[in-house]
Write a protein that binds this ligand. Structure first.
Ligand code: ZN
Length: 372
């Protein structure tokens, strides 16, 4: 299949436009880039296609199907479950090839980078995104460097190493790790899950799948863990595109959840602040969303406001209770995934809620025992 698609980068800060290429990952002004691109979905054409996220090829920013780097991922199960005595829709995002939803972003980003001829990439991650990008780089034969915080869980690091990526352990905060990665990427390509716009065009398939699985209807609200916001922003982008195509009527309310130990977005939302507040980061078991300076923070808050959503911060004890409840109902996930259920318990409204379970409990190995 071949289709020429009109697409370009647009700076999120100054609005400058750039042609798409494999040598640029941010604007000259320093801000991150967004991808402007007309997505298409033809419902009739979906019939008979393989149940992977690549069934939405016309809505993804690739020129040729031959560029696709895939493990036949996506179309994760969507089921009903009773959690804390409430009926909830659960999307099992931990059933991806590398054990987290990040594969949505990686399959699209790495496919596109391969198409653009990029041969070496740099990423920084506390675990899941690093593992995911490494696996897809291995399949694409792209040289991959992953910068990780020195204290990242060993089980996640060994997964990255198994995929053959080069690990760079960095002392200091999560932001210092990111800065070191960006410096290292000056002469390479920074394939960051938080900066790269192709990544979000992968995570948007989360919204497509939900809509299709519910027969082009949407739930009232989706409750998502938010650190860098890659899933929330992808969901927003996907639902907005579907609404603009006339395939769904309404975008669900997007409710973001942070750990109270690292909740800059929660504070910015509540205080309606113009700047991202400086916060003191405490240790949290929801390490996947422990991000004190999310690059796309303004977009995250705008998406939440535009959908009449909400931001909730949950305590460690609430996360552990939710994690146990999920386990008792047969869902073995990592603590970061449990924040959505912890937040749902706080919501005193009726309606149809959906929670994604974003990462597998198997990733933490024995460390899960301490939450029993
Ligand atoms: Zn700019």
């Amino acid at each position: 299949m071949h289709r020429k698609k009109e697409a370009y980068f647009e700076c999120s800060g100054c609005g400058r436009e750039y042609e798409i290429s494999g040598s640029i990952w941010r604007c000259r002004c320093g801000c991150h880039l967004n991808l402007v691109f007309d997505a298409e979905i033809n419902r009739e054409r979906l019939e008979g296609r393989e149940k992977t996220l690549w069934r939405y090829f016309e809505a993804l920013p690739l020129e040729e199907t031959s560029s696709i780097i895939s493990f036949s991922e996506g179309f994760t199960p969507l089921l009903k479950a009773e959690l804390f005595n409430q009926n909830v829709l659960v999307k099992m995002e931990y059933l991806f090839p590398t054990g987290s939803f990040k594969d949505r972003g990686s399959t699209v980003m790495i496919s596109k980078l391969k198409e653009l001829g990029v041969g070496e990439i740099v990423e920084d991650s506390s675990g899941n995104a690093g593992a995911s990008v490494s696996a897809y780089s291995a399949r694409a034969k792209i040289k991959c460097h992953i910068f990780v915080p020195e204290r990242a869980p060993e089980t996640k690091l060994s997964q990255i190493e198994f995929y053959g990526a080069e690990i760079h352990r960095i002392k200091g905060s999560r932001e210092e790790v990111a800065e070191r990665a960006r410096n290292f990427a000056e002469s390479r390509y920074y394939a960051s899950h938080s900066w790269n716009p192709f990544f979000l065009h992968g995570t948007k398939t989360f919204a497509y799948e939900i809509s299709e699985q519910l027969n082009w209807r949407t739930p009232d609200a989706i409750i998502l863990p938010v650190g860098n916001g890659t899933l929330l922003l992808g969901a927003y982008l996907g639902f907005r595109e579907l609404r603009d195509m006339g395939l769904i009527e309404e975008i669900p309310r997007l409710i973001g959840v942070q750990s109270a130990s690292c909740a800059p977005l929660f504070r910015a939302f509540r205080e309606n602040s113009e700047k991202l507040p400086e916060i003191e980061v405490r240790e949290t078991i929801a390490d996947g969303i422990s991000v004190s300076k999310p690059v796309r923070w303004k977009e995250i808050l705008a998406a939440i406001r535009e959908t009449d959503g909400e931001l909730i911060a949950v305590e460690e004890s609430e996360i552990i209770e939710a994690l146990r409840e999920l386990g008792r109902k047969g869902f073995y996930v990592e603590p970061t995934s449990a924040v959505s259920l912890a937040a749902l318990r706080r919501i005193d409204e009726s309606g149809e809620f959906l929670i994604p379970l974003t990462g597998s409990g198997l990733k933490l190995g024995e460390r899960m025992r301490r939450f029993l």
